[in-house]
Design a protein around this ligand. Structure first.
Ligand code: ADP
Length: 519
């Protein structure tokens, strides 16, 4: 406001000048920037004018401003470079632009973007300084945050790069140390790297391997149409190649059986365009398996023959039983017969396994009374078990096409297991039914149950469950045989079980033989 001026500082007499001057002051007062004018001719450059915006920005009233040097705005925050620049500008009577930390009356910091310039009289002598100030705290804060964020980001990028470098080094050290042949391939199936184990196994060096297309390695041993098809799908679909067998006459190492597994490489979302190919030489393993199977087959055949002879002689002995035979004689005779039968059953199971392995299991296909066969199997097991009551529910009144002896073997096996693995229970339930063009049998026990992770394995050859189940005698082949028999009838065998509560083994077979399953 004009009235706020110190008349001594500005001398005016002419009316027109006075009007202009009033207008000028009004204009200054309506500015959003804080404006001050200092008197350069007076000691310590006192403020002789401040506009309303300056009062608003600083929180000080005019009366507290006029006459002061503007340093009061810095409070105790004196050691600022900007202050020195202002002082130099005043001393040298030059303009300057600084960003300076100032403090409002209430002590709050604000960033002041100050533009100062000297005002000269007609002779060019500096009489005043005009200062235009803008509160740029928001911008400064935003700038500071941006700088902080940038620094943080840079730090993160650095950390992440270091992590990735570590992970990459970690990955490559794993690749080099595993006892499996590994190749890393690019999307065109060119070898990016081969581990030492690969080079040693295939007796090749890295020059003839790295950079080469996979299908051109050695004598083109991996150039297999089916393998190519599977590998092509890995990157786009992330479907791994699992247990692909390649039997081949390899250069330097001869005929070998290799097991291939391939995966898209993903390390924390990185390297999605690389393939890790793991190659395992299973020639020897397969050979050992084959020899084990051969041994089982020979051993069970060799055992079966004398056992059949022993069994025959025992029958003869039975017929020759003296009329006055003692109770002890009968008891021993009974025990020997029972043991021979058990041994016979075990050897028959082993023989079944080797027959299944060699594809020689014979399945007869005749119509038989399914319901009757189930009841007969139940009865024969019930006769040998006094600990459990076998409860049968449901009926099947249909002739089923299949091998009655083998189906009875399946039911018998499931029932023996149900009794064996539920020592504290006193019953086993059997349910039979017809479901569409299948018949179904379920055998439920209330015993140990099977751990979830074991449920899919119980049908594997020689699999035996947890320690608890291992306390019971067995060879781990009964369910494998059952599964194979049911499969060869075109049916399925499965288990539902709760650990500690019990298990239900169920199977279905098509009423009219395997053909109806394929319709
Ligand atoms: P074995 O009984 O001779 O071990 P099986 O092939 O009949 O062989 O069974 C394989 C495994 O499955 C058993 O060792 C046992 O762990 C588990 N199992 C089979 N039947 C049952 C059952 N009814 N309850 C609990 N576990 C069972």
């Amino acid at each position: 406001m004009f009235t706020s001026f110190n008349k001594k500082a500005f001398d005016y007499s002419d009316e027109a000048v006075k009007r202009d001057f009033e207008l000028l002051i009004k204009a200054l007062d309506s500015s959003v920037s804080g404006i001050i004018i200092t008197d350069h001719k007076q000691p310590d450059n006192p403020i002789i004018y401040c506009n309303a915006a300056f009062e608003k920005i600083t929180g000080y009233a005019r009366a507290e401003i006029i006459g002061h040097n503007c340093r009061f705005l810095q409070g105790k925050d004196r050691a600022q470079q900007a202050r020195q620049r202002i002082a130099t500008a005043v001393e040298q009577e030059k303009e300057c632009r600084v960003e300076i930390r100032n403090y409002r009356k209430n002590g709050d910091l604000f960033w002041n973007e100050l533009y100062m310039s000297p005002v000269r009289d007609a002779s060019g002598t500096v009489t005043h300084f005009i200062g235009v100030q803008n509160d740029v705290t928001l911008r400064k804060n935003a700038e500071r945050e941006l700088i902080e964020q940038k620094a943080l980001m840079e730090k993160r990028v650095e950390e992440r790069t270091a992590e990735l470098r570590d992970s990459e080094a970690f990955l490559s050290s794993i690749i080099q140390t595993v006892r499996e042949s590994l190749l890393v391939l690019d999307p065109d199936f060119r070898v990016l790297s081969a581990n030492n184990h690969f080079l040693r196994t295939f007796k090749v060096n890295s020059q003839e391997t790295v950079g080469m297309p996979l299908y051109e390695l050695g004598n083109h041993q991996w150039d297999i149409a089916r393998l190519k098809e599977l590998l092509i799908k890995i990157l786009p679909t992330n479907n791994p190649v699992i247990d692909f067998e390649v039997e081949h006459d390899f250069p330097h190492i001869g005929r070998k059986l290799m097991l291939l597994n391939a995966y898209r490489v993903e390390l924390e979302g990185q390297y999605k365009d690389q393939i890790l190919l793991a190659i395992e030489d299973i020639t020897e393993k397969r050979d050992i398996e084959r020899r084990k199977d051969d041994f089982l087959s020979i051993a069970s055949h060799e055992l079966k023959t004398p056992l059949t002879t022993v069994k025959g002689f025992m029958q003869m002995l039975g017929q020759l039983r003296p009329a006055d035979a003692s109770e002890r004689y009968d008891m021993i005779f009974g025990k020997v017969t029972l043991s021979i039968d058990r041994l016979n059953a075990l050897i028959s199971e082993l023989l079944d396994v080797s027959r299944i392995q060699s594809g020689n299991i014979e399945i007869h296909h005749d119509f038989f009374d399914f319901g009757k066969a189930v009841l007969e199997a139940v009865e024969s097991i019930q006769n040998t078990s006094s600990s459990h009551q076998i409860e049968v529910s449901g009926t099947v009144e249909v002739e089923v096409m299949g091998d009655e002896t083998h189906i009875v073997q399946v039911i018998t096996n499931l029932l023996s297991n149900a009794i064996k693995y539920s020592p504290d229970a006193d019953k086993v339930s059997v349910h039979m039914s017809r479901v569409s063009d299948f018949v179904k049998v379920s055998v439920t026990d209330y015993g140990l149950g099977i751990a979830p992770e074991d449920q899919s394995k119980v049908f594997d050859r020689f699999f035996r469950g947890q320690e608890l189940q291992k306390r019971f005698s067995g060879m781990g082949i009964g369910l494998y045989i059952c599964d194979q028999i049911v499969k060869s009838h075109g049916g399925t065998l499965w288990v539902d079980s709760v650990l500690g509560k019990g298990s239900t083994f169920s199977f279905t077979i098509p009423v009219n033989g395997q053909q109806s399953n394929e319709q």
